[in-house]
Design a protein around this ligand. Structure first.
Ligand code: BG6
Length: 508
């Protein structure tokens, strides 16, 4: 089955991606090699890229166009084959400059103008994929060189990679610089979880099916769990960045709070970018703040993995990882109990956890409905231990949605047995569609910001996260750092977080 979601018919239903020149800042970095160029090449292979698209890689090292293409070739062809590489690579160019050097941007401007004279469109998509400390310089010089101004007939947009700041003040500062350079409608703050097909399906599941939405509240839902487990640790020198960030900043502030917002939001008035983002930001505003060490200690568990075994391989503990401080107080795991103070969710805990070096890679959301009252079948001995109705949204892998129910076990006795109804993308659609970056790049080219974070969303999420970080790193009596062996499902303290209400983490 053809799973390409951008059929001609589909394109009529949404804005069309427009031809443009994509300028990638930080072009020699990992993101460009592993994600951006492969995503563009994949789109080209499927015929989904607008004709006339060019890519300019902007970075500090000396390199010719040809050398740059050669550098990209291996990773890109490895996954996607070489059918179109010859042709596609001719649309990729290299531009050498320091990020702080205005003259480099002026040369870029001349080069872009030249390309326009040779048949370009004047549309420019600037992609900030460099280390975040250069974002300021890049934006300032784009402005100083007049590159932010749309050409006569074209547009200029900016895509900003994460991390979008490291706390609220830095995010505000970055937002300020961005807004001095590009209007909000041309600013695309990327969160690649929003580009995942299953994340997009949350709104459809909720608002296109009357069955669920009517039950989607504190009268029927007992608890919600969001788990993002990863088996990887600090491979590829990642420890250097990670040790300055930690699980809370790296994944919860962005990806997991975005998933939580999609689960908890009210139906938007329409499907416009602002319609959807207005509702998500309302959820973030209603998160109960955790102010002070006591609130944080009661609602958040932070931990690091110690040496253990993952997929049968022995692995070192977090503090022994390459480029990690041996005395590090950065969490590789975090679990939170988040309350949303609004009418729909009053009293329903949202348990959110994320960890590196857990037994496997898996992201899922589970909605646990309240148990049936203790009469009839629920009064039977042992019935209370049989799980009730749980709706599971598998974000990745094995993308799909399943609904757990209780059934009568065949036979003369009235015995209950858990069963499930299962929808999986592979069986129903032949797969879960393109990788997130492909979808997001096309959306940016089409001017559709629905799947990108708005300024207020990012800031609101940081203000929630900052209180927790402050209790950990700035208080006199910081909550402890727990430990668990790599390859296990996290520290026992995270189980305690759920015990108060007799809840347990779902086994993935
Ligand atoms: C990134 C984080 O944003 O997302 C990484 O910085 C994490 O630490 C990655 O591993 C996970 O993305 P995915 O799509 O593999 O779940």
């Amino acid at each position: 089955m053809d799973t390409n979601p951008f059929h001609e018919d589909d394109l009529d239903l949404r804005n069309r991606p427009e031809p443009c020149t994509v300028v990638i800042f930080g072009a020699t970095g990992d993101l460009t090699h592993r994600k951006l160029i492969p995503a563009l090449y994949n789109l080209a292979m499927k015929g989904d890229l607008p004709a006339g698209l060019n890519v300019i890689g902007f970075a500090r090292r000396e390199k010719s166009d040809e050398e740059f293409r050669k550098d990209l070739e291996g990773e890109t062809k490895k996954n996607q084959g070489d059918a179109l590489w010859e042709q596609f690579s001719k649309t990729i160019f290299y531009h050498q400059s320091e990020f702080q050097d205005l003259a480099g941007y002026e040369r870029l401007r001349d080069r872009l103008d030249e390309m326009d004279r040779e048949g370009g469109t004047g549309n420019r998509l600037y992609y900030l994929a460099s280390a975040p400390e250069f974002f300021d310089d890049i934006l300032t010089h784009l402005r100083n060189a007049g590159l932010n101004e749309p050409r006569e007939q074209g547009w200029s947009r900016v895509v900003v990679e994460k991390p979008f700041g490291v706390d609220l003040p830095s995010a505000k500062h970055l937002n300020q610089i961005v807004s001095e350079t590009f209007p909000e409608r041309d600013t695309y703050r990327i969160d690649h979880y929003l580009g995942k097909e299953t994340a997009q399906n949350i709104m459809v599941l909720r608002f296109a099916n009357s069955l669920f939405e009517l039950l989607w509240n504190n009268r029927c839902i007992d608890q919600v769990q969001i788990t993002c487990a990863e088996h990887l640790g600090m491979e590829g020198g990642r420890g250097g960045y990670y040790d300055t960030a930690g699980a809370l900043r790296d994944m919860v502030q962005n990806h997991l709070l975005q998933l939580l917002s999609l689960i908890a939001m009210e139906p938007p008035a329409d499907l416009s970018a602002d319609g959807v983002r207005d509702e998500k930001v309302k959820v973030l505003k209603c998160l109960r703040p955790m102010i002070g060490e006591k609130a944080v200690a009661e609602n958040v568990v932070r931990a690091q993995y110690t040496a253990g075994t993952v997929n049968g391989q022995p692995v070192v503990g977090y503090r022994r990882e390459n480029r990690v401080n041996p005395g590090s107080m950065t969490e590789s795991y975090v679990a939170l109990r988040i309350m949303i103070d609004n009418w729909r969710w009053e009293g329903v805990p949202f348990y959110v956890r994320m960890g590196k070096r857990l037994p496997k890679k898996s992201t899922e959301i589970s909605i646990h409905f309240k148990q049936a009252p203790k009469v009839l079948f629920n009064a039977l001995p042992g019935a209370g231990d049989t799980p009730g109705n749980v709706l599971v949204i598998r974000i990745q892998p094995n993308e799909g949605i399943s609904l757990g129910m209780r059934s009568k076990l065949p036979g003369p006795a009235a015995r209950l047995q858990p069963v499930k109804m299962d929808f999986d993308y592979q069986t129903s659609f032949g797969g879960s569609g393109p990788e997130a970056y492909q979808r997001l790049l096309l959306d940016a080219m089409a001017g559709d910001a629905t799947l990108f974070a708005r300024r207020d969303e990012v800031e609101q999420a940081w203000s929630f996260i900052d209180e927790i970080e402050n209790a950990w790193h700035k208080s006199a009596n910081p909550p402890p750092m727990a430990e668990f062996p790599a390859g296990s499902w996290g520290p026992k303290e995270a189980d305690e977080l759920l015990k108060e209400r007799d809840h347990v983490w779902r086994r993935l």
